[in-house]
Design a protein around this ligand. Structure first.
Ligand code: SAH
Length: 225
């Protein structure tokens, strides 16, 4: 699976955004248990420094979440990698993401050749993310909406990932999952959650697996400009 991206000169990076620094992040992820070479290759190639403010670009290849404005964060690379591995386990074609944020997770999935749909409730974040998709030549379908309703017209999806935390799983999303598909979502309170993977069985039931502790910003209701 090759990574499909159009890279402009600013995507190549220098100094703290150079390929050497990016390779170091990939080695660290490998040491911390990320084994899927397709995922590591996507992380090596997608320029994370273009998904944060210029002032934070030098920190873009640290394995840490960073602020993206509006009280939101771009997820930690290890979490993005782990969720992407879980998505690929379903051998997906079509994927739905709830919580576009910076657009980084969606870009990783699209770079892997998946058909990506993503929903964001904050209009301003979505506008910026769409610009990034365009400049990288990524064809990603996006919508400004409360993602808790999913995207029923475009379902069913082989994988659904929720990148914001809720105390319990959202039923509407399970319904939009194809048979054999996976739903990956952080479930829990504000300070810590468990990353849950639900696998949809042939009889329509969902089998649950726990992928470990994570921290995400909360899944909120309604939309804002
Ligand atoms: N996947 C993002 C992570 C962003 S943080 C990235 O790679 O950068 C989580 C995002 O979920 C925030 O942008 C937040 O606004 C969004 N969000 C929270 N509740 C939502 C909801 N109900 N519907 C859609 N997006 C939501």
């Amino acid at each position: 699976m090759s990574v499909r991206l159009r890279l402009q000169p600013e995507a190549i990076g220098t100094g703290m955004t150079s390929q050497r620094v990016r390779d170091r992040l990939v080695e660290r992820l490998r040491e911390e248990g990320i084994a899927d070479e397709r995922v590591l290759n996507a992380i090596r190639t997608v320029p994370r420094h273009l998904f944060v403010d210029e002032a934070l670009a030098t920190r873009a290849y640290e394995d840490t979440a960073l602020p993206i404005g509006h009280g939101q964060t771009i997820s930690q690379p290890w979490v993005v990698a782990r969720m992407t591995e879980a998505v690929l386990s379903a051998r997906p074609g079509k994927v739905l993401e709830i919580g576009t944020g910076s657009g980084y997770q969606a870009a990783i999935l699209a770079a892997l050749g998946l058909e990506v749909h993503t929903v964001e409730r904050i209009g301003e974040l979505l506008r910026v993310a769409r610009k990034r998709f365009r400049s990288l030549g990524l064809n990603i379908r996006s919508k400004h909406d409360d993602g808790r309703i999913g995207w029923p017209e475009n379902g069913p999806f082989d994988a659904i990932i929720v990148t914001a935390a809720a105390p319990s799983l959202v039923d509407a999303l399970g319904e939009q999952l194809a048979t054999g598909g996976v739903l990956i979502a952080p479930v829990g309170g504000a300070s810590s959650q468990s990353l849950v993977l639900l696998h949809k069985q042939a009889d329509g039931t969902l089998r649950r697996q726990d992928l470990g502790a994570v921290v995400f910003v909360p899944l909120l209701s309604g939309m804002i400009d």
